[in-house]
Design a protein around this ligand. Sequence first.
Ligand SMILES: [Zn+2]
Length: 123
Amino acid sequence: MHEASIVEEMLEIADREVVLQGAQRINRISLQIGVLSGVVPEALQFAFGSLSLGTLAEGAVLEIVRVPLTLHCDRCGRSWDGEHPGDLCPICGAELPSIVAGQELRLLELDLEIGETLDECIT
Ligand SMILES: [Zn+2]
């Protein structure tokens, strides 16, 4: 299952960050998912729900930010929101546009809960 390995990798990165920051737990994880990444958001949520159990990410919100497909024509320089990566340029009809966005699959943001620090003692 593709989504499960993505979640595992994501939890590993999050874990490392928690240790680095000295956090107590993870409140929210934001993921950027391009429409071409082939990831099904529902499957990702499901995998996260089961794999995060017993980890510092248990109960955290998994936020999925979808990135639409953006294509760029190398001939006329036009960029547009495409439906398919093989679309022709709507302006000049050139083939094989470059994919500017839509393939993302990355951790965008981690919202960590940093525990009480001694600095908070106000006399
Ligand atoms: Zn063009």
